[in-house]
Structures are given as structure tokens and as C-alpha cells.
Design a protein. Structure first.
Length: 148
């Protein structure tokens, strides 16, 4: 069986217009003739395709959206905080960890954050706005605790 990656046609396109009809969204792309795969010319109208699109910046590099960047920073922040000894002490004081084992404090913090946010992995923050909100609340409470 062929994988999607092996069967993929790659080309650059520029969004020209977008509209909607009773069948769905109509997306028009402008493709330079040198970039258009020959197979695309010979496939029948109505042929189905799996489509993956990546937005490019002016340097032909993938461009991430601001919200994606914010979420990635939040994921990194969760990892860094769990390595922070003060955060571990805060979690004990907040009752999220019973007792802080100095040899296992990072793992205890990770477990506490996961339980508090209702996730099994930090990557779930990407698709779970409620978990992100809970983590941001926890992080703000930690900052306030540090200030006091």
C-alpha cells in the first residue's frame, strides 16, 4: 500500500478566491505553470485529493499563526515550570502535591499539572482550550504566590 507522503504531488499555489455553494467551499489557487504537476492536467474533473497546505512567509519558510505560537509557548512554559523548585513548593502549598520528594519533584509536578488541567500529555493543550485556561490560571496563581 502506498503512503500519502509517497503519493503526494507538491506545488506552490496562491489563494485567488474562495466561495461557497451547496456542495461546500470552492477554493481557487493560482499555480505557476512550471510548478503544476503533469498528473494534475490528466486527472479527471471530480477526482478527489487529500490536501495539506502550509502558509509560507516571504522567505519561503513555513509561517505559524500567532495562536499556534502562543500555544507552543504555553506548552514549553508547562515543561519549564515543572522543573522549577519554587513551583513544586507552590503545588505543595496549594494542596496539589502531598509531599515533595527532592529526587522526584519534576515528575510529581508534571503529574499534578496534568491532573489539574485534565490532560494526559502537554500536547493536549493544542486542542483543549479548557485545559489551556486551567494551566494559565495555575501559572497566574503561582506568580501571585511568588510575589507574596
Amino acid at each position: 500500500m502506498t503512503t500519502i507522503r509517497d503519493a503526494a504531488m507538491g506545488f506552490e499555489g496562491v489563494k485567488v478566491s474562495m466561495s461557497q455553494d451547496r456542495n461546500g467551499i470552492i477554493l481557487r489557487l493560482n499555480v505557476h505553470p512550471n510548478d503544476c504537476p503533469p498528473e494534475l492536467h490528466t486527472d479527471w474533473v471530480g477526482t478527489r485529493y487529500m490536501v495539506a497546505m502550509v502558509r509560507l512567509n516571504d522567505h519561503d519558510e513555513p509561517e505559524t499563526r500567532e495562536e499556534q505560537q502562543r500555544i507552543e509557548r504555553l506548552i514549553a512554559s508547562a515543561g519549564l515550570l515543572c522543573r522549577n523548585a519554587e513551583f513544586g513548593a507552590y503545588l505543595v502549598g496549594a494542596g496539589l502535591i502531598q509531599e515533595l520528594d527532592p529526587y522526584n519533584s519534576e515528575q510529581a509536578a508534571i503529574k499534578a499539572v496534568r491532573e489539574y488541567c485534565g490532560i494526559s500529555s502537554r500536547t493536549e493543550f493544542r486542542d483543549n482550550p479548557e485545559a489551556r485556561s486551567r494551566f494559565e490560571e495555575l501559572r497566574e496563581d503561582f506568580r501571585a504566590w511568588k510575589q507574596s
